[in-house]
Ligand binder design. Structure first.
Ligand code: COA
Length: 163
């Protein structure tokens, strides 16, 4: 039986921490859908299409991974995709309570969908998209945390950042 997993997030933008989780998951599941949420409440810097394109570029070396944008309920999207596993990254204890809440709500909405968690390697455990955007906006070097394409997109988004 082939197992499809779904890895949702806002990915504003995708970071090497996300890519690491995706690479590990691509070895564990037959197919992985990286689901880029519209997340209008987060007022993303990059629009949905740009976030999808940046993610596509970051995982082009992985044959069994596809990127899809979605809006609305994640549980509904996962059902449409016939995904069996909902994958999330756990970077620190601080992530745990929120993730437990999400997992329980998603189980209530879609009982057949199981949440699984992967931990990123330590040197990526402190990265978040918000921090990456802030460092880029203030002219810091974000190249250790993102792909060259994402670094270029951030440079374009913040043309006046001092370096
Ligand atoms: N490496 C680096 N950063 C990571 C990471 C990793 N491995 N894993 C998570 N993060 C960071 C993200 O960059 C993000 O940072 P930010 O808050 O600075 O943007 C943060 O951790 C939160 O993770 P993210 O993956 O972006 O999740 P989210 O909290 O924005 O989104 C959704 C969670 C999209 C899954 C959730 O909002 C959702 O399901 N939305 C659809 C609507 C819905 O169904 N709502 C009901 C949910 S029960």
């Amino acid at each position: 039986m082939s197992v499809k997993a779904i890895y949702p997030g806002t990915f504003d933008p995708i970071t090497l921490g996300h890519v690491h989780v995706i690479e590990r998951a691509s070895l564990l599941f037959d197919h992985l859908v990286v689901a880029v949420a519209e997340s209008p409440n987060k007022k993303p810097l990059f629009d949905l299409q740009a976030r999808v394109e940046l993610a596509e570029n970051a995982v082009q070396h992985l044959d069994n991974v596809s990127i899809m944008g979605f809006s609305g309920l994640l549980a509904k999207f996962a059902r449409q995709q016939q995904a069996k596993v909902l994958l999330r990254g756990l970077r620190a204890v601080a992530d745990f309570e929120y993730e437990l809440q999400l997992a329980n709500m998603n189980r209530a909405l879609e009982p057949e969908l199981d949440s699984l968690f992967l931990t990123p390697v330590e040197h990526f455990s402190y990265i978040s998209s918000t921090l990456v955007r802030e460092v880029a906006r203030l002219g810091g070097d974000i190249t250790p945390f993102v792909t060259p394409n994402v670094a270029a997109a951030l440079k374009q988004a913040y043309p006046n950042a001092e370096s």
